[in-house]
Design a protein around this ligand. Structure first.
Ligand code: NAD
Ligand code: UDP
Length: 325
């Protein structure tokens, strides 16, 4: 297959590209490196089956060779990133998604959309199954991401119903692993970086809010299973084991051997209180379930963070380059 992966140099995208290339697919990665990094896919450039096309997918997408599948991952994903780039987030979720859908339709290719658990907002139903319609503040600071993803889902379903597009949708719950940016502001990357740097771990609120953390290898296996199927979904992909943020902080301290304190900071506006996926649909239709326990996944992630050049882990203002003494 020739698969076009938008956002292929990001955290998840780079793992998707790697899995596809290693199984023998040809992969064209489209990325503008706004939150992704060229080094995430640098090792794949040696492979004849891989190429990276720097571009902004909101400005139109053309690929000359026949395309068999499109995996659409391009979008800021962390609250820190979409908070800094609200308009770009809305544009890539709307125009960017439409450009990728049109590419798929032109080539008669399968289209897989990376949606998110954020479309459930601050959920009133717990745990969340795909039948839940969500509880989203349409004008709050998170709405640029939540509503863009809800629009992406609506657009993909309209293309399916009215143009016969071959569409699959995954709703991804908090995923972590190697190649997260140490300064992306997400909780796993922040806690690991802080613990390794001997800084206090910044717990927002009292840390009683929950998330369900999925290791990247598990997530990518589920996404590729959907790509290879004819199912539309949507499918929740995530680890149904729910943890409080405070539990996560304790686990990161354990895994890193850190004695960092916890620093409690105000809870961001509209921060969802609870989140846990029901994954029965993915289990029954895709034969998928996550395998990697949190502690094991955190160990892999910490090992990766420690293998990175020092400057990548330290905050820029405290990096070797910026230090004055
Ligand atoms: P990421 O920020 O590492 O990756 C996103 C990639 O998209 C980056 O490489 C970025 O440069 C690229 N991009 C953004 N705008 C673009 C544009 N206009 N043109 C071309 N490229 C563009 O984030 P991630 O965690 O890898 O997330 C990937 C996808 O999965 C996103 O769509 C995100 O919403 C979704 N998702 C991720 C998670 C998670 O926990 N990681 C959870 C839910 C949903
Ligand atoms: N969080 C935290 N400290 C941080 C970053 C995040 O306590 O330094 C909390 C955040 O308030 C949220 C949870 O961790 O309740 C997950 O945040 P993240 O940004 O990773 O993902 P999302 O909010 O999109 O689920």
């Amino acid at each position: 297959m020739h698969v076009v992966v938008s956002g292929g140099s990001g955290f998840l995208g780079s793992h998707v590209c790697e899995v596809l290339v290693h199984r023998g697919d040809m992969v064209s990665c489209l990325d503008n490196f706004s939150s992704g990094r060229p080094q995430n896919t640098a090792h794949l450039l040696r492979e004849p089956l891989f190429r990276c096309i720097p571009c902004d997918i909101t400005e139109g997408v053309e690929v000359s060779e026949k395309v068999d599948a499109v995996v659409h991952l391009a979008s800021p994903a962390s609250p820190f990133d979409y908070g800094r780039h609200p308009l770009e987030t809305l544009t890539v979720g709307s125009r960017g998604t439409e450009n990728m859908l049109q590419l798929a339709v032109r080539h008669g290719a399968r289209f897989v959309l990376a949606s998110t658990s954020e479309i459930y907002g601050d959920p009133l139903e717990h745990p969340q199954s795909e039948d839940y319609w969500g509880h989203v503040n349409p004008i709050g600071p998170r709405s640029v991401y939540d509503e863009a993803k809800r629009f992406s889902e609506a657009l993909a379903m309209a293309y399916r119903r009215h143009l016969g597009a071959d569409v699959g949708i995954v709703r991804i719950f908090n995923t972590y692993g190697p190649r997260m940016r140490p300064h992306d502001g997400r909780v796993v990357s922040s806690f690991i970086r802080q613990a390794l740097d001997g800084e206090a771990l910044t717990v927002f609120g009292d840390g009683s809010q929950t998330r369900s953390f999925c290791y990247v290898d598990d997530l990518v296996r589920g996404l590729v299973a959907l790509l290879d199927s004819q199912h539309t979904g949507p499918f929740n992909l995530g680890n149904p084991k729910e943890r409080t943020v405070r539990e996560l902080a304790e686990l990161v301290r354990l895994v890193t051997g850190s004695r960092s304190e916890l620093r409690f900071l105000p809870l961001p506006v509209d921060d969802p209180a609870r989140r846990r996926p029901v994954i029965t649909r993915a289990q029954e239709s895709l034969g998928w379930h996550p395998r990697v326990p949190l502690e094991e996944g955190l160990r892999h992630t910490v090992d990766w963070f420690m293998s990175q050049p020092h400057a990548l882990v330290r905050p820029p203002e405290r990096s070797a380059v910026g230090r004055t003494s």
